[in-house]
Write a protein that binds this ligand. Structure first.
Ligand code: FDP
Length: 438
């Protein structure tokens, strides 16, 4: 979990000018100190009382005294500290950073970009006055110079620290985008069956044909690389795209083990306990002889690392895999990520920026079944929780879907649990125009 001192400071001082960061400004110093103390306090509280494991204190800890204070606060509670310093003296990189900050930082929203750029330069000068690069021999640190053209490490002693170094070395700041799509609708999707290695349905093939046109506008002349899983449905989906292609086993769909090839309804009948257990904790539930979302996240590590290292990439893969990749870039909590709706026949474009990832969606006008199934609660039976769950999802169609009705471009098709779907739809006040159950 990240504790960004800037956002604590913004609670009092949303858009300070550069003078605020001058150490001669007593009030600025006091407020900055208070923000840092609040962030450290919350981080330690999170470790002690909320089961936190790895906290990131995101701040300009750029003096020896500040680092000593952080070390003392953490060590006194028994927590290890590792510092990551990003040092930059390459003028071009600094200019790029200023451009990025003035367009995306909440400190400069709504301001004249030129004024923002000048102010940020002055702020850097104020930081420089007191800056002491990290070189304390006893501290654990990684120092990245000019992004990662030089990397200095010190007192590294455990596995997690080496992973952090590896990750930091793969980061870059060259602008790029990532296009994500599920494969086109498959024959298994139409039947409601999980897993397998089915071919695309005729509508899935139509999506494959439409894909070049769908991405053309946003990809333009960029040299993108196309990644798929090793499964037929993703390979068939990229058939008409003319970019270099690479297949990754690590992008194959979550392995449903003994449930592979079954529908959700069949699983519920055959393995009722498993079915419930998965709904209770979908992130951690591991299919018998198969995988959990947690397992998938671990096997995706090399993919994520390559994505961080690389340039423009389009990834065509599966529902569960896309949930994990999307959650990584969009910061979706673990317990929510397996329940996200990632519709078929839609391209999601993600553009990582300094202060968060921008998202755009391009929907092909080709109908597809919905493979989304909501958590099994008494909501499915139209009970009290139906109301709670229904409020969580916004539109009437999404509400119907969340309760087991499958949607095709506005028409609602055969519901897996027809009777429940009708009663839930009625209890939600959906009218005949919205819900058609065959
Ligand atoms: O974790 P849940 O929500 O079951 O979603 C994963 C499922 O999505 C599916 C579709 O239902 O992916 P896919 O589109 O790759 O076929 C299943 O194969 C897979 O088991």
């Amino acid at each position: 979990k990240s504790f960004n001192v800037g956002s604590y400071r913004r609670a009092d001082t949303p858009q300070p000018t550069a003078d605020f960061f001058d150490t001669g400004n007593a009030e600025g110093e006091r407020l900055r100190r208070a923000a840092a103390e609040a962030a450290v306090h919350d981080m330690l509280h999170w470790f002690e009382h909320e089961g936190g494991h790895v906290g990131i204190l995101d701040a300009t800890n750029s003096t020896r005294s500040r680092r000593a204070w952080i070390e003392e606060r953490c060590k006194s509670k028994g927590y290890d500290v590792m510092f990551v310093e990003s040092k930059c003296d390459d003028e071009e990189l600094i200019m790029n950073n200023i451009l990025e900050v003035k367009t995306t930082s909440p400190d400069y929203i709504g301001q004249d970009p030129e004024v923002a750029a000048r102010d940020f330069r002055d702020r850097i000068r104020n930081y420089e006055k007191v800056y002491e690069t990290i070189d304390e021999p006893h501290l654990t640190y990684v120092k990245l110079i000019n992004v990662s053209s030089q990397v200095i490490i010190n007192q590294v002693s455990n596995y997690l620290q080496t992973r952090i170094i590896y990750f930091a070395m793969n980061l870059h700041i060259t602008p790029r985008s990532i296009w994500l799509s599920r494969h086109g609708e498959s024959e298994f999707n139409v039947l409601g069956k999980l897993g397998g290695d089915a071919n695309l349905s005729p509508r899935g093939m139509a999506y494959a044909e439409a894909l070049p046109g769908l991405v053309k506008g946003s990809v333009g002349n960029k040299d993108i690389t196309l990644w798929t899983s090793t499964m037929k449905r993703t390979i068939q989906t990229v058939k008409h795209l003319n970019y270099p292609k690479k297949q990754w086993k690590a992008l194959d769909e979550l392995d449903a083990g003994v449930c592979d090839g079954l529908t959700y309804e069949e699983i519920e009948k055959k393995y009722p306990e498993d079915f419930r257990a998965r709904d209770d904790d979908k992130y951690n539930y591991r299919y018998q002889a198969g995988e959990s979302y947690r397992d998938v996240v671990i096997r995706l590590e090399p993919i994520i690392m390559e994505m961080e290292r690389g340039s423009d990439i389009m990834v065509v893969t599966h529902q569960a895999i896309l949930r994990c990749i999307y959650a990584y870039f969009m910061n979706v909590p673990q317990d929510q990520s397996p329940w996200m709706e990632i519709p078929l026949h839609t391209v999601i474009k993600l553009t990582p920026r300094a202060y968060g990832t921008q998202e755009e969606r391009f929907k092909a006008n080709i109908p597809a079944v919905s493979t989304f199934r909501a958590k099994y609660t008494s909501a499915n039976m139209g009970g009290e929780t139906a109301i709670v769950d229904a409020e969580r999802v916004k539109s009437p169609i999404a509400r119907a879907q969340a309760n087991g009705v499958t949607t095709i471009n506005g028409d609602v098709e055969a519901a897996p649990q027809k009777v429940e779907a009708i009663s839930v739809a009625e209890s939600l006040g959906l009218n005949d125009d919205t819900v058609v159950v065959e």
